[in-house]
Structures are given as C-alpha cells and as structure tokens.
Design a protein around this ligand. Structure first.
Ligand code: DC
Length: 229
C-alpha cells in the first residue's frame, strides 16, 4: 500500500503523514527532507547553487538515510546527523532552487522508489501522486489557508506545536514574514518545469485549516479502507 500526500509548505503533511505511519504501521517517507539534505550539503560545501551540474553530482553521491527511530525521524547525511540543520532558514530559502534541478529530482525519485520497494509507505512531498508513485492506492492533496500554514510554522520555530496546542499563538511579525516566504516557495515549487507542485487528477483534496490531525487522519483511513475493498 502506498499513501501519497502532496501539498504546499505548512499544510500539515509531515504531522499527518507521521500520525498515519504510527496508526497504520506504514513507513514514513519525508521526501522534502531529501531535497533539504542536498541543499544543506551544497551550502555547507560552498557550491554555487546555479551550477546545476555540480549540485546534481553532489545529489548522486550523497548518502541520505531517513531513519524513523523511536524519538522521531532522524536524517543522516554522509554519516552525520543533519536533522536540525536541514530545517534552518537558509535551507528554507534555497531548497526550491535545488529541487528544480531535473537531475537532482531524478536521483531523489530513485531513492524514494527504492524505499518503497519492500514495504508499505506513507510518502509526503510535492510530486508523490503525480510522478514518484502515480499508481499509489491513496492520493491526498492537503491544503490549508496561508495564514494557518504560517502560524503552524511560526509556532514550530518558537518550539511549540499547534497539533498538540490548537490555541498556540505565534509572534505576529515572525508569522507575517513566514507567510510571505511560504507563498514565495509555493510559487517557485508550482511553476517549475519539472514535477511541479500540483494535485494528481485522482487525488482527494483535504483542507486542513479547520481540522485536527486526527480528523485528517480519519479521512485518509477511510480512503485506505476504500482502496482495500
Ligand atoms: O516539505 P518540505 O517543506 O520539507 O520540502 C522542502 C522543499 O523540497 C519544497 O520547497 C519543495 C521541495 N520538494 C519537492 O520539490 N518535491 C518533493 N517531493 C518534496 C519536496
């Protein structure tokens, strides 16, 4: 069984995908973490991100391991723990450029398909239902209002969690800045030539603005049941 969850930044994909993995005993596959790992490694090495050849070569050579441990997912790149490093604002600001390079995508898609060869997965990203797993049994396109998405990210950066504290408030200035960044990243991700962010034709749209994580998961579980029937 493959459950594909696509959608814009901050729509709740990671939280929902992780919760689904725990509920349904699926392997959680965070494909954004892969593009972030390449971006982080390129920045650390001082590569020119406009040099598509150099960045692609790096993407092919990197050893990216997504380890779903007891304490939550850990990202190990060339033997180093980069779990926190790949969420830094500098990576946020540059990842769309790296993710737009076709040869980088080719290398990451190969890794993603390999990860799902022998196990059921819940994969989240931008092109999971359209490109990576077009035959996925369940396809969800998860959205939310930009202000809700920005609030979630802002609260996260302050060390909080809107999934466990629905009323958590973010610093207004920080939230506005994040909202502008998210909108810009979505624009880049959905207008790129290769595998742009867009719903698969057969994806079920879920707007998570007014829903709890459990409510979104309930809907996805229903889709899984239907797919199994
Ligand atoms: O989900 P995220 O914010 O961690 O993703 C980081 C970036 O990676 C996002 O801006 C677009 C890119 N990405 C992609 O192009 N394709 C995917 N399947 C997943 C992420």
């Amino acid at each position: 069984m493959i459950v594909a969850i696509d959608g814009p930044a901050g729509s709740g994909k990671s939280t929902v995908a992780r919760a689904m993995a725990a509920r349904e005993h699926l392997t959680y596959l965070d494909t954004g973490a892969m593009y972030r790992s390449v971006t982080d490694a390129a920045l650390t090495r001082g590569l020119d991100l406009d040099d598509a050849r150099a960045v692609s070569e790096l993407a092919r050579d990197l050893d990216i391991v997504l380890d779903n441990g007891e304490q939550g997912p850990v990202v190990i790149v060339d033997g180093r723990d980069r779990t926190d490093a790949i969420r830094m604002p500098e990576v946020d600001a540059n990842v769309s450029k790296v993710a737009a390079i076709p040869a980088v995508r080719e290398a990451m898609v190969a890794l993603q398909r390999k990860a799902a060869e022998s196990t059921s997965v819940v994969a989240e990203g931008r092109d999971i239902g359209t490109v990576v797993f077009p035959a996925a049994e369940v396809k969800v396109f998860l959205t939310a209002d930009p202000s809700a998405r920005a609030r979630r990210r802002a609260v996260q950066r302050q060390g909080g969690n809107t999934a466990t504290d629905a009323n958590a408030q973010a610093n207004a200035e920080e939230q506005a800045k994040i909202e502008a960044e998210l909108i810009e990243r979505d624009r880049k991700d959905s207008t790129r030539a290769t595998a742009p962010l867009k719903p698969a034709e057969d994806a079920v749209h879920i707007d998570s603005t007014e829903l709890t994580v459990d409510e979104v998961c309930d809907k996805i579980c229903e889709l899984m049941e239907r797919a199994r029937a």
